[in-house]
Write a protein that binds this ligand. Sequence first.
Ligand SMILES: Cc1cc2nc3c(=O)[nH]c(=O)nc-3n(C[C@H](O)[C@H](O)[C@H](O)COP(=O)(O)O)c2cc1C
Length: 198
Amino acid sequence: MPDLVSGAPASIRVLGIAGSLRAGSYNRALLRAAGALAPAGMEIVLFEGLREVPPYDADVDAAGEPAEVAALRQAIGKADGLLFATPEYNYSVPGVLKNAIDWASRPVHRSVLQRKAAGIVGASAGASGTIRAQLALRQSFVFTETYAMLRPEFFLPRASERFDVSGELTDEPTREHLRQFLAALDAWIRRFRTRPSA
Ligand SMILES: Cc1cc2nc3c(=O)[nH]c(=O)nc-3n(C[C@H](O)[C@H](O)[C@H](O)COP(=O)(O)O)c2cc1C
């Protein structure tokens, strides 16, 4: 149902992609928290198929996209916006996430990532809070023409102090920061939204 004042949709669907396969991933837990703290009118759905995405191979891509890749591309294509939660591996983006982005980035210059609005967050066990990984991710999004929100930024350092053992984000200042980030992301995505109203 469209919003009659602004023409904006009543709700937007955001695809959350966590760059970790670990069962106890702080980054997946961060996306779950985001789903609970999202503003009214924003739904966050997690992409769960990252493990199944094969290593990028241009020959395979040319022969016809594998079903797992089609699922990834379709999920991105259908979403109004994206929310990436990236760990930092060796000062950069984990291979599984970079690999998924490589698949999603093709066909070049007309991929599902092109002109798609996105937000970037990240949680790390250490003190840096994924600063370097997020910058590396932004670098890929320059080429893919993905509209990654610039500010506010969201870095979550020392993750073990902010989540409880069940993976619940319990640190209230962090929850409030995430709420504010998501409110900004909601406005950002609505500026670029291209999916027709459902
Ligand atoms: C291969 C590898 C490299 C890592 N490199 C970094 C790093 O460069 N900077 C950092 O802050 N943490 C690094 N870490 C620690 C991660 O921040 C930590 O494992 C984090 O919990 C991963 O995210 P996840 O909980 O979502 O799986 C590294 C971990 C692994 C396994």
